[in-house]
Write a protein that binds this ligand. Structure first.
Ligand code: GLA
Length: 390
């Protein structure tokens, strides 16, 4: 049975079949390159996935929201009152949705009533593929449609980020929500996070596929380490602003950074800033390589990105390093790197079609041997962003 039918059947069973019941979807994302640049005024290059969170919803005539999540049936039906919401930081799936409703209201939009909703996910959570942004954009697209709120999808991305920053306490950048809200089939999004200017870039891969490998190491504690990286970049920026007129690390070229780096007092913050600046340059170069059909150059930049995240930004972990470094040894692998916030999660690799089976077999067996863990693989399908389906 298609997932939307399953959801609808479950909704009718839990909440009754009368009235205007609508179906929505919001995707996860994979970032091809441009990691930890989005809170440093740099560029990112993610695409939305065909995996994500589905939701079926119907307006209520009071201020209550009721959810049932088929992915977490043990949670039962969760009920919340949307009047007088205040920030939480326990990061459960419904907190991300409450956060979005709160953010709409903070920004002056009216949420006139609550709704009943059943949802289901077909993507792994805690794997660096932005399951949380997918839930936020699902909540945003539902509110926008159910309550006829006059916002664009890129504003929905900003609202999602605002809610995660201020309601859930995770100081994330805009990349994940933007990719989930604005994804386009067969395209990646080249986004300047300073201005929110973006361009869709077709992923015309004929002889290769984008393969996501899940380490199955959950990025626990990632929130605090992430916020710490962000703080270190801010500290580095402050030291640089004492000697030069810049708004963000994304304003610097590699050479400019090299000549100014000595002004960053703390050596750890210096390394973090170096990653942010160089990664931004790599992202710009990678997109122009892709546009000119030079996938090999794109792959090399992905590998450099991984090394920088491993050594300078220190957001990789030993399990993820096994996945990337083993991938580099395989002939048909064009490039491979950690993707997302880090400290576990997934790698993203570009693999020649005829090497995919060997890739899966070899990575699985070496990963099992070295870590005792099982890897999982998904072929990434660049897909459309959050939307109403029915
Ligand atoms: C997480 C954040 C994003 C971004 C990435 C790292 O996914 O939510 O905003 O900073 O990490 O690139």
């Amino acid at each position: 049975m298609p997932v939307t039918d399953e959801l609808m059947a479950c909704f009718k069973e839990k909440f009754g079949s009368e009235g205007d019941i609508r179906v929505y979807f919001a995707p996860g994302r994979v970032n091809l390159i441009g990691e930890h640049t989005d809170y440093n005024g740099g560029h990112v290059f993610p695409c939305a996935l065909s995996m994500g969170n589905y939701g079926v919803a119907r307006k209520r005539n009071d201020k209550t929201v009721r959810w049932y999540n088929m992915t977490y049936p043990d949670n039962g039906i969760i009920t919340a009152d949307i009047t007088g919401l205040s920030p939480e930081d326990n990061g459960l799936w419904y907190d991300y949705q409450l956060g979005v409703l709160w953010a709409f209201m903070q920004k002056g939009y009216e949420i006139p009533c609550g709704y009943d909703m059943v949802m289901i996910s077909d993507m792994p959570a805690g794997a660096g593929l932005s399951a949380s942004a997918s839930i936020e954009e699902l909540a945003a697209v539902i509110a926008r449609d159910l309550f006829s709120i006059d916002v664009t999808m890129s504003e929905c991305a900003v609202i999602g980020q605002y809610s995660e920053n201020n309601f859930n306490g995770m100081k994330c950048g805009i990349m994940d929500q933007f990719a989930s809200a604005m994804g386009k089939k067969n395209n990646a999004i080249f986004l300047d996070t300073d201005t929110l200017d973006y361009e869709y870039v077709p992923l015309n891969l004929k002889a290769e596929k984008i393969v996501i490998t899940n380490s199955n190491v959950k990025h626990q504690l990632a929130g605090s380490a992430y916020n710490e990286r962000r703080r270190q970049c801010e500290e580095a920026l402050k030291d640089l602003q004492a000697v030069t007129d810049i708004k963000s690390l994304g304003d610097l070229t590699d050479d400019e950074f090299d000549s100014l780096a000595g002004n960053i007092k703390d050596p750890v913050s210096r390394k973090r800033a170096k990653h942010a600046v160089y990664e931004n340059t790599r992202t710009i170069k990678a997109v122009s390589a892709l546009r000119s059909g030079d996938i090999e150059a794109f792959g090399k930049l992905m590998n450099e990105s991984h090394i920088s995240l491993r050594d300078d930004y220190e957001t990789s972990c030993s399990e993820i390093d096994v996945l990337a470094e083993e991938a580099w040894k395989i002939n048909g692998v064009i490039g491979s790197r950690i993707t997302g916030g880090g400290f576990g999660g997934c790698t993203v690799s570009i693999v020649k079609n005829d090497a995919i089976e060997e890739f899966k077999e070899r990575i699985s067996s070496v990963y099992r041997e070295k870590t005792g863990l099982e890897a999982a693989f998904y072929i990434a399908d660049a897909a459309d962003g959050a939307r109403r389906l029915l």
